[in-house]
Design a protein. Structure first.
Length: 314
């Protein structure tokens, strides 16, 4: 029977309705908080920022999942044609080996998300865990080498691919509908007009204290140092739009009050995650006793990541 456009719309709306219910359902919040605390307590050191993808400029988890998914999909293709049992088994094993670091990177990102995102992310992780379990069982069956084991291995592999596919759909919802991992400061250069913008008299900016001002309806963080130097950054954190003006200023940096990302005031560079993108920075000047800011163009003044960072950012 042909599916009508109306039925397709109802099916799509049903899916979105279920995902919306999942986002708002608090029943798993206690479990989420326990897992979150344990993930954040892992002794990862600088490896935490590496798993976030700070070195790459965006989350590394979506990149890492390509290897297990690609391996398992290739194994499924080989399972559909005779005479490739050994190669399919190898690909299933490669996928299993690659799944662990990908899952760790995803868990580290998940621990620093909003609760609505974490609710979806928990089901995403559970679905993928089921898929990994099915592939582990598939690999064990394939190692037996007999026809029954090969048949069971193929069936379990197809079931695993189904579970991983559902997990991928939930991951897409996290990334594209809930904007998990997106740069939440990307819009700033498109909204702030060129030229200098007056944000207030110097007296309105106490030394060392973050102050929030608006430029073309874009919130801007302004900090005046004790020596008189004024810094200005986009106020909404690139990680999840946290208000940097409510954060802590120390050692030439500002720390986001929501998830602890640290940005250098002089140029907006993200010296500590979970933020993977820097903050848009503004040039500043004082004219007739008033502070003026202009959006800085390009990254010419932003040092390479390998250069030394402020002590407070470590």
């Amino acid at each position: 029977m042909t599916t009508t456009p109306r039925r397709r719309r109802l099916r799509q709306n049903r899916t979105l309705w279920l995902l919306d219910r999942l986002e708002r359902d608090p029943r798993a919040d206690a479990l989420i908080e326990t897992i979150r605390e344990r993930v954040r307590a892992l002794p990862l050191g600088s490896g935490r920022d590496a798993l976030h993808g700070r070195w790459l400029g965006h989350p590394v988890h979506p990149l890492m999942v390509q290897l297990p998914i690609g391996s398992w999909l290739s194994a499924a293709v080989l399972d559909l044609s005779p005479g490739h049992a050994r190669e399919a088994r190898l690909l299933v094993g490669v996928g299993l080996a690659a799944a662990a670091p990908a899952a760790l990177a995803g868990a580290v990102d998940w621990a620093d998300l909003h609760r609505q995102q974490q609710r979806v992310g928990l089901v995403h992780a559970m679905t993928n865990a089921v898929g990994i379990g099915l592939y582990a069982a598939s690999f064990a069956c394939r190692r037996k080498g007999d026809e029954d084991g090969s048949t069971a291995g193929r069936v379990l592999g197809f079931l695993g691919m189904t579970a991983v596919g559902i997990g991928g759909m939930l991951g897409g919802h996290l990334a594209y509908r809930q904007a998990s991992g997106a740069n939440h400061a990307e819009e700033v250069p498109h909204l702030v007009t060129e030229g200098w913008h007056r944000v207030g008299p110097v007296a309105d900016f106490p030394a060392g204290r973050p102050v929030r001002r608006m430029v073309d309806d874009v919130p801007v963080l302004v900090v005046r140092e004790t020596g008189g130097t004024v810094h200005a950054l986009a106020d909404r954190c690139s990680h999840l739009a946290g208000p940097l003006s409510e954060g802590t200023v120390a050692d030439g940096c500002v720390e986001c009050p929501w998830h602890g990302s640290v940005f250098r005031l002089s140029d907006g560079w993200n010296v500590r995650g979970p933020a993977t993108a820097p903050q848009p920075a503004f040039d500043t000047r004082v004219v007739d006793g008033h502070v003026e800011v202009a959006l800085r163009k390009g990254d010419e003044e932003r040092p390479a990541l390998a250069e030394s960072e402020p002590a407070g950012a470590r």
